[in-house]
Design a protein around this ligand. Structure first.
Ligand code: GLV
Ligand code: MN
Ligand code: MN
Length: 424
């Protein structure tokens, strides 16, 4: 990979420091949880990771605080006390058996940017605010981006008791379990007057950059998602004694639904929509018993909100019809709804200009994954920078991004924040 000249020599991010930080966070994983990193939303380990960030930022002289949603914020004052903040950040929670880069890259980049700015005494008019959002991953509660949704006023106290993880623990109880008061989350809402702009650096979680040999991307839109759980009630019975024509097999119905979810997303009318059954629970889970019940977790993503909703509706209709044919009862529970979000051209232009300053030509591309930036854009103009994911893999222990790309992305981030500081 060729070296990239850095316009502001002083702001060249240090790959070794970034690697050390990534290693530190990767070490905070649930013991005995299998390969990769498991650090779930509103878990003790997520809190520990936030504490690592807080200690680093305190050491740099930043003011650090945790809000009522469990987000951790750090601020370096600017020269104009009345100016609104220019911000950056991402998340430190992971999916079960995830990688060490998703979210973490944006946080270590924020930590390194703060170090560069303070060490080199880089002047800035706006306060620089660094944010670690809580509970970005929807893997545990269905709802993604809980911390950032709360600051944007998209999730409030009434939404928390009803969202439950697979063990039945509610979002509200999980928050209480780590010392937060879920009834007070509205205190965390951001005042748009306090913000000038926000930029998130993230791994691409796809293979567009790698396949086009680009090291940096600038995001123009973020996909939405419609998530639901489909519960199937069939009839458990003896696998040998029950003839095929007398069954109401919940596992067979689940299998049919997995395939129809795929076929709905593959239809020409759903172009660009992605639909996934990422989890199926079957009970009683015995080889010699026909499954009496099953639950499927379905995630429908799109850059076009109409197509996303139409696909979700079609999935429910065809699942219901398939179950009726099989004598299986089918109930659908909506889990979360997020619209696709176009990001503002003005911030994108600044990010592209920051890349140009560094001799880089970025690819402008949409994000297939959800991000905190999507929610933050409700409060303040927001941009996103992507760096490549090896083989496009993410949400898996094989997730990998070269440390030189993490450093380059951090340098682009720092350059972008300082450009925004000068422009706004
Ligand atoms: C976040 O990682 C998502 O699931 O899009
Ligand atoms: Mn992420
Ligand atoms: Mn993720």
């Amino acid at each position: 990979m060729t070296a990239v000249p850095i316009a502001h020599e002083a702001l060249g991010a240090d790959p070794n420091r970034l690697r050390t930080l990534l290693d530190r966070f990767a070490g905070l994983s649930e013991p005995d949880s299998g390969p990769g990193v498991t650090r779930l939303a509103y878990s003790r380990l997520e809190r520990e990771a936030h504490a690592v960030f807080a200690a680093h930022m305190t050491g740099l002289g930043a003011a650090v605080w945790t809000d009522a949603a469990g987000n951790t914020l750090a601020e370096l004052p600017g020269t104009d006390p009345a100016a609104p903040a220019v911000g950056t950040g991402s998340h430190l929670d992971s999916v079960p058996n995830g990688g060490r880069f998703d979210g973490i890259v944006g946080v270590v980049a924020a930590m390194e940017t703060a170090r560069l700015v303070t060490t080199h005494r880089v002047g800035h008019r706006h306060p620089l605010r660094f944010v670690v959002f809580a509970a970005e991953e929807g893997a545990r509660f269905g709802q993604a981006c809980t911390g950032s949704r709360i600051v944007a006023g998209l999730t409030g106290p009434d939404d928390l008791p009803g969202k439950r993880d697979a063990d039945g623990v509610s979002l509200a109880d999980a928050m209480s379990g780590v010392g937060l008061d879920p009834t007070r989350v509205s205190d965390a809402r951001w005042d748009p007057a306090g913000w000038a702009a926000f930029v998130e650096l993230h791994i691409e979680q796809g293979a567009v950059l790698e396949s086009t040999d680009r090291r940096v991307g600038v995001v123009d839109a973020i996909s939405g998602s419609t998530r639901m759980r489909i519960d199937l009630a069939g009839r458990a019975s003896h696998s040998g004694g029950t003839p095929m024509h007398l069954r109401a097999d919940a596992a067979a119905a689940a299998a049919e639904i997995v395939l129809l979810v795929e076929s709905v997303a593959l239809r020409a009318a759903a172009w660009g929509t992605r639909a996934t059954v990422g989890r199926i629970d079957v009970a009683p889970g015995s080889m010699t018993t026909i499954a009496g019940s099953a639950s499927l977790w379905v995630d429908v993503r799109g850059l076009d909100g109409d197509r996303q909703h139409r696909a979700a509706t079609e999935i429910v209709e065809s699942a219901t019809a398939a179950c009726a044919r099989r004598g299986v009862r089918c109930t659908t529970t909506p889990l979360a709804e997020t619209p696709p979000v176009p990001l503002p051209a003005a911030v994108r232009d600044t990010l592209v200009a920051a890349c140009a300053d560094l001799g880089l030509e970025p690819t402008v591309l949409p994000s297939g994954a959800s991000h905190d930036a999507q929610q933050v854009n409700e409060v303040t103009p927001t941009g996103m920078i992507f760096i490549p994911s090896r083989d496009g893999i993410s949400h898996d222990p094989a997730e990998h991004t070269d440390i030189d790309d993490v450093a380059l992305g951090t340098t682009v981030l720092a350059e972008s924040l300082l450009r925004l500081d000068g422009e706004l």
